[in-house]
Design a binder for this molecule. Structure first.
Ligand SMILES: [Zn+2]
Ligand SMILES: [Zn+2]
Ligand SMILES: [Zn+2]
Length: 131
C-alpha cells in the first residue's frame, strides 16, 4: 500500500514538472500575454490603422486592425458659413460636419456669434462680459 502511494506521488510530481515546462514557451489559443502593441499605421477618422502585438510568453505576433476613429466634433467652435447656418471642424482632420441653422438670440447666433442681421462686421454680445 505504502509503495503505491509513493509511486503515485512521484508520478504526480513528474506530471506537474512536465506541465510547468510545457507552459513556459507555448500558450494555448486565446491565452497569450500581449505586450504593448506596435503601431504600423495610425488610424484616421475614416480609415483603419494596423498594429502588431507580440506575446511576451511564446513570441507569437499578430497584426490587427485599429478601428477608424470617426470624426470628433466635440467642444469644437462653431464656424459660420453665412446666413444658412454654422458647422464645426473635426478635431483631427479638415472635415466639417453638416451645416445647421443658427440659434439666433437678439439677432446674434449664440453658438457661432455670427451677426445674422447681415452686414454687421463686429457683433457686440447683448450682455458684455465683465472686464
Ligand atoms: Zn503566447
Ligand atoms: Zn475627422
Ligand atoms: Zn451660428
Amino acid at each position: 500500500m505504502k509503495k503505491v502511494k509513493i509511486l503515485l506521488a512521484v508520478l504526480l510530481a513528474a506530471v506537474m514538472v512536465i506541465a510547468l515546462v510545457a507552459c513556459n514557451n507555448t500558450c494555448k489559443d486565446g491565452e497569450h500575454v500581449w505586450g504593448t502593441p506596435k503601431v504600423n499605421t495610425a488610424a484616421t477618422c475614416t480609415t483603419n490603422g494596423s498594429q502588431t502585438k507580440k506575446c511576451t510568453v511564446c513570441g507569437k505576433e499578430v497584426t490587427e486592425d485599429i478601428p477608424a476613429l470617426d470624426h470628433d466634433y466635440s467642444d469644437q467652435p462653431y464656424v459660420s458659413v453665412g446666413e444658412e447656418g454654422h458647422h464645426q471642424k473635426c478635431v483631427r482632420c479638415d472635415t466639417y460636419n453638416d451645416v445647421v441653422a443658427h440659434t439666433i438670440v437678439n439677432g446674434v447666433c449664440t453658438l457661432c456669434h455670427a451677426n445674422c442681421g447681415g452686414g454687421g462686421d463686429d457683433p457686440t454680445p447683448p450682455n458684455p462680459a465683465t472686464k
